[in-house]
Design a protein. Structure first.
Length: 137
């Protein structure tokens, strides 16, 4: 008697998980870029290579945002993270104050390094508020 395995879900194939994550990060970077440019902040983008066990290597956008006070970075960390379906860090330099943007499958949740989840939804106004807070002297 032979046992037939159930067909695997093609959406869960590593290349599909990575490419859907890349598209999600691209959308996030496009929003942050547009919101930053509307404030007159300088912005530059480069490709950032991420390598994850199970997904392999893939490129995602990494943003450098020039606010009047300091630099702000949007750095994708990983798709495969505990408790979320992806993580992107938003942090300032040189202070290195940071918040994590965790994707829960529907929306971005803001989590400071210390403390509870940020009580506001991820949107333009929340981003601008966080950018000012993270880069304040």
């Amino acid at each position: 008697m032979s046992t037939e395995l159930l067909p695997s879900d093609p959406l869960l194939a590593p290349q599909n998980v990575a490419s859907s994550w890349q598209a999600l990060v691209r959308s996030l970077a496009d929003d942050v870029s547009a919101w930053s440019k509307a404030q007159g902040w300088g912005i530059s983008e480069k490709l950032h290579k991420v390598t994850e066990e199970g997904l392999g290597a893939y490129d995602v956008p990494f943003l450098v945002i020039q606010l009047p006070q300091q630099l702000l970075f949007l750095e994708p960390v990983a798709r495969l993270v505990m408790g979320a379906q992806g993580r992107v860090d938003l942090y300032s330099y040189p202070s290195m104050d940071r918040v994590m943007l965790l994707y829960n499958g529907k929306e971005w949740i803001i989590r400071p390094e210390l403390g509870p989840t940020w009580p506001l939804p991820w949107n333009r106004d929340t981003y601008l508020d966080l950018a000012q807070r993270l880069t304040a002297d």
